[in-house]
Design a binder for this molecule. Sequence first.
Ligand code: 3HC
Length: 257
Amino acid sequence: MSQQILDKSRAEIEKNANRFARKLFKDDPDSVSSLVAEALSRTTYSINLEAAIASADLIIEAIVENIEIKKEFFKRIDEIAPMHAIFVSNTSSLSIAEMSAVTKREDRFAGFHFFNPVPLMKLIELIRTEKTSDDTYTTLLAFGRALGKTCISCKDRPGFIVNRLLFTLTSEALQMLERGDATARDIDTATKLGLGHPMGPFELMDMVGLDVTLNILQERQKRFPNDPNVITSPTLEKMVSANKLGVKSGEGFYSYK
Ligand code: 3HC
């Protein structure tokens, strides 16, 4: 969307490439630099959509969690991407079938959901619709494996597997906080020491982004107003309006300044 965001992403990718190369070749700085240089030489960056996808085999969409904007995006790239290209969405909750229906390649369309922080988290949820072809499915499985991830198969249901579980916990945690049952820090400590999770729900929301969390809740609530695990949270709404978005804005449930 902007050169500034692209520059930030590029810096982050370069940092991660160096971090992983250093882990692989601890005492061998030459191997670190040649691996990083080789990997980065195969990476290109562009804010020109047409140029970026002109010769793509696989396009992974990771834009804002809004079904109408995603549909508009897929409709647009369907006209310009190579015919053979597979489209996947990294959505966490939205309907893959609804997105794929705006394209002329429903057989080459699936969900491919990564987790934060992507370089460390080993899981990919692979979501196939009734129209996703076996070829597309097996290609994506192989691609996921080549990235060193474990793919699990999910049906095209809101929240798939992980976010269905996560948002049950998150919604309960927000309600406990809003009722004054416990502080965010104590709920996080309870989740870590009582359940053995690596992070508590508030730390996790800060990492994922409070705006992203609110978007997921609102989109699911619009579609499934009777789902008891999808709540409205005045706390979350107030924080997002005040630009308290978590780690990325310097403040969320905790301060990162
Ligand atoms: N990117 C790359 N590397 C990172 C990183 C990041 N963002 N954060 C930490 N690291 C590296 C560190 O540099 C460190 O490397 P080193 O071993 O070379 O020093 C290594 O990872 C371990 O770091 P830490 O000791 O600081 O961190 P932990 O061991 O506590 O692990 C964690 C960090 C993997 C984030 C762990 O806390 C965790 O698993 N948290 C839960 C994450 C989770 O639940 N994610 C899912 C979110 S839901 C989602 O994404 C769905 C969406 O749709 C909402």
